[in-house]
Design a protein around this ligand. Sequence first.
Ligand code: FES
Length: 157
Amino acid sequence: MALKFSEATLKKVDEIIARYPNKASALMPVLYLAQDEFGHISDEAKMYVADLLDLPPAKVYCVSTFYSMYKNEPTGRHLIQICTNLSCSLLGAEHLRDYMCNKLGIEPGGTSNDGKFSLVTMECLGGCGTAPVMMVNRDYYENLNEKYIDDILNKYD
Ligand code: FES
């Protein structure tokens, strides 16, 4: 198997496993490590994690593809996830999605030409009371407007 965590990441894996009664319980945090180290959780990465945690590959596949916070396909360096469900839509999420798409020169689901940002729409990010909401990687942003989005996107290299 060609894919392998760095020694530093393997140390983190050991630390995470030690927190739980069994290796299987470490799956979700270890998937985050795979995403951080490999850029996305490819099928090869899923097999590697399954091997590392003594899990059936199908279990790793199911968890990795069920939760939207895991990237199973290659994306830009930063993944924008904007909610377009009801609360966010009522407060302008579609307009803000289009604003960002125009700014980045992409369609929803696309990646900017410089490889910096990918943008996808989400069904609900659990912040309906502070809509519109989006995430960039694992950072959470609420009460969005155009100016705030400009400031947010400028923070990412
Ligand atoms: S509808 Fe957008 S966060 Fe819930």
